[in-house]
Design a protein around this ligand. Structure first.
Ligand code: PGA
Length: 255
């Protein structure tokens, strides 16, 4: 089954307005056809409105987080409906930095996934193990549990609207990438978990990305594997030329 490659940049808390707009102008006309590769930039919330207004034919804008409640007294938070009302189509859910610093749990990840699919926002659901877990040899079991919890009460039809990003915590921002074999093997395990829950129709078509120190040098070998369908990229998504190299690598995979 051919899955459309997806490259999602995760800008984290970088850039100011002028840098963000300059980036969009620099890449807009260069990103590949959206029917062949999905090119997404997940930007800080304050930029989303301006970026959506300027996104070209083929670039898509995503959020880095959203609240799980439809609405309510949650000072400082942003709902899925608010994102949707500005034309935002993706949201990163459960990034390990949010799990580590902002009390994001498997339970809140699950609630956010349920809310995102209801609002027709594609959740990019992050899972991944710590170095201790990797070294203890329990990565597959750990990640399996994260995936099972993220998809609790998510229907088969809604599961088809989701994307998973496998991001080993020890590889994020460290320059220490998982080898293509390591990443592919864990991702094959995740696909198996999805198959057990929903059957092969979902597991064959659901995109699973790798994230963690992806850059212009290692992207080709990561994407050359059987089960890695794209990448969630932090540092290497900040520079326009670097981002374009990544989406063009995905274009090669699609061919
Ligand atoms: P990195 O970040 O590419 O800078 O390692 C990846 C991520 O956190 O999504």
């Amino acid at each position: 089954m051919k899955r459309k490659p997806l490259i999602a940049g995760n800008w984290k808390m970088y850039k100011t307005k002028d840098d963000a707009l300059a980036f969009i102008y620099a890449v807009n006309l260069e990103v590949p056809d959206k029917d062949i590769v999905e090119s997404v930039i997940c930007a800080p919330a304050i930029f989303l409105r301006d970026l959506v207004k300027r996104e070209g034919e083929n670039l898509r804008i995503g959020a880095q987080n959203m609240h799980y409640a439809e609405k309510g007294a949650y000072t400082g938070e942003i709902s899925a409906a608010m994102l949707k009302s500005y034309g935002v189509d993706y949201a990163v859910i459960g990034h390990s930095e949010r799990r580590a610093y902002y009390n994001e749990t498997d339970e809140t990840v699950n609630l956010k996934v349920l809310t995102a699919v209801k609002e027709n926002i594609t959740p990019i659901i992050c899972v991944g193990e710590s170095l201790d877990t990797r070294e203890a040899g329990t990565t597959d079991a750990f990640v399996k549990k994260q995936v099972e919890k993220a998809y609790l009460n998510v229907s088969k039809a809604d599961a088809l609207k989701t994307v998973i990003a496998y991001e080993p915590i020890w590889a994020i921002g460290t320059g220490r990438t998982a080898t293509p074999e390591q990443a592919n093997e864990t991702i094959m395990g995740i696909r198996q978990v999805i198959k057990q829950i929903y059957g092969s129709e979902v597991s064959d078509s659901l995109r699973i990305l790798y994230g963690g120190s992806v850059n212009t040098k290692n992207v080709d070998s990561l994407l050359a594997t059987s089960d890695i369908d794209g990448a969630l990229v932090g540092g290497a998504s900040l520079d326009p030329q670097s981002y374009l190299t990544l989406v063009k690598a995905a274009l090669n995979k699609a061919k």
